[in-house]
Write a protein that binds this ligand. Structure first.
Ligand code: ZN
Length: 187
């Protein structure tokens, strides 16, 4: 009997110290996790977006906000498989928005059938909607297209598009949300 309780002493101390360690880790995780303030943060960033300022989220916030496929393409510079997206073959009229932040990027009026299986446009709504960057990954030199507001990866731009710009913005469907035009005649 006596021996048993003697042995429990150091074992208990070990358990307690292990608990202590776990506890402090949890504290650290809670600080960066979603708290009561995260809704205000989101509202604040919505406001930034309205002013045309940068739309900035942390990586874990992006992961929560986006679907896994959106996250892979937009935040990890992935590419969806050709002919699988919802917009490549769409003839619907409207504005194509950044699926990450809602920035208006392309108009259906500049969309054309490139035969690639990805939605293609000959120009963005305006040049200040997107940001271009050299991309030398995969042993190729390409020009990456990013959303200027939130820096999400959209696709690439090539010089083999149709008139009038002869450019081809080759964009992932999953990076775009279509705001369909209402059935109303233009003034
Ligand atoms: Zn964006």
């Amino acid at each position: 009997m006596e021996r048993k309780s003697f042995a429990a002493g150091p074992a208990l101390a070990l358990v307690l110290s292990a608990l202590g360690c776990t506890e402090s880790r949890q504290d650290a995780a809670e600080e960066s996790g979603p708290g009561p303030g995260s809704k205000n943060l989101e509202a604040e960033r919505e406001k930034q977006r309205g002013k045309g300022e940068k739309f900035v989220l942390t990586d874990s916030e992006w992961e929560k906000r986006l679907t896994p496929e959106q996250y892979y393409v937009l935040r990890r510079k992935g590419t969806e498989r050709a002919f699988t997206g919802k917009h490549w073959d769409s003839k619907k009229e409207g504005a194509y928005l950044c699926a990450a932040c809602g920035n208006e990027l392309f108009s259906s009026r500049t969309k054309f059938d490139s035969g690639t299986g990805w939605p293609s446009f000959w120009e963005p709504i305006s040049s200040d909607k997107v940001r271009l960057e050299d991309d030398t990954s995969l042993f190729m030199t390409r020009t990456e297209v990013l959303c200027k507001l939130c820096d999400s990866h959209l696709g690439h731009v090539f010089d083999d598009g149709p008139a009038p710009t002869h450019q081809r913005y080759c964009i992932n469907s999953v990076a775009l949300d279509l705001a369909e035009k209402k059935e109303k005649k233009e003034p």
